[in-house]
Design a protein around this ligand. Structure first.
Ligand code: GLU
Length: 303
């Protein structure tokens, strides 16, 4: 595979879309990000990294962190987890409350906000520090010991997080929170505020692309659980646009409202795109175009 040629193709296809869309202004700190940035990175399972544009500029990982939090929970093999959250696409917005109320406080999947709050809550109960666990994993897989929570973004999320608070209290009313709501949300907000670059995100994603094998060759999670994470990325990873992503891109992908996208091609590579301008569902416009271009140029689409 000539990844350099693929990367060139991706950059030129995405260029007209850079700056399109709206930054996530419901989190004030994200509203300050310059939308005219764009980065793309490919990390291969044999250790090569190809990147271009703003691939070394840090941004808020947001919901892409949910892939790693889920992996850390599955690693511990606590069957109780799957009684707290389901494995179905939601079809509703990522911070919707109606479905959660109708379905007795059991979120549809680990990647919408309610499911991700359950995951962080479970990780916190299991480890005593969900953020430290996620940060340690990202540090180890990227080789960057300085990966950190951006405390300004975390504070911004905490201050404006009433919707997430409503979600967590609703779940608590159905007895689906293990920790006090404020404590679990503090970890959730900080987990979402971890600062990471495209190149780092692609490297971290390799643990999923390698079906659970870490950068140092040890195993993070079983091959079957890695497949479960990939299946959930494909079916639930891009908000209520997962069907359209499967149609357009054909790669299991997780997005975040910071404009980051992480896609995996099992046994080949992990790919990260970043463009802060979002479509109305919350997915990066330039990033989605870039992944679509990557899938076509590489011939690695799954379907
Ligand atoms: N921290 C964001 C929130 O909870 C994450 C949303 C996202 O990236 O999907 O609203």
């Amino acid at each position: 595979m000539d990844y350099r040629r693929v990367l060139q193709q991706v950059m030129s296809t995405a260029a007209p879309y850079v700056g399109e869309g709206k930054v996530a202004d419901y989190i004030p700190e994200l509203a300050r990000v310059d939308p005219k940035q764009f980065g793309f990175a490919i990390a291969t399972v044999d250790g090569r990294v190809f990147s271009d544009g703003d691939a070394d500029v840090p941004f808020a990982i947001e919901s892409v962190s949910k892939v790693f939090a889920l992996a850390l929970v599955l690693q511990r093999g606590d069957e109780k987890y799957w009684s707290r959250v389901r494995r179905e696409p939601s079809g509703m917005a990522f911070n919707d409350l109606i479905e959660l109320e109708v379905e007795n406080g059991i979120p549809r999947n680990p990647f919408i906000n309610p499911g991700a709050i359950v995951t962080t809550d479970q990780l916190l109960a299991d480890t005593g520090d969900a953020v430290a666990s996620a940060r340690a994993l990202l540090r180890a897989e990227t080789g960057n010991p300085n990966i950190e929570v951006d405390s300004v973004t975390a504070e911004s999320e905490l201050r404006t997080g009433d919707r997430n608070r409503a979600i967590a209290y609703l779940m608590a009313s159905f007895d689906n929170m293990a920790n006090p709501v404020d404590l679990a949300l503090d970890h959730y907000f900080r987990q979402c505020s971890i600062s990471i670059t495209c190149a780092e995100l692609a490297k971290a994603g390799l643990v999923i692309a390698r079906h659970g094998l870490r950068a140092d060759g040890t195993r993070l999670l079983s091959e079957s659980d890695a497949r479960h994470v990939i299946a959930l990325m494909a079916t639930c990873g891009t908000y209520d646009e997962a069907g359209n992503f499967a149609y357009r891109v054909g790669l299991p992908t997780k997005s975040g409202v910071g404009g980051g996208l992480l896609a995996v091609v099992p046994n080949h590579c992990a790919v990260a795109a970043w463009g802060p301008g979002l479509d109305p569902k919350g997915n990066s416009i330039s990033g989605a175009v870039a992944l679509e271009s990557f899938a076509h140029a590489s011939g690695l689409a799954m379907y």
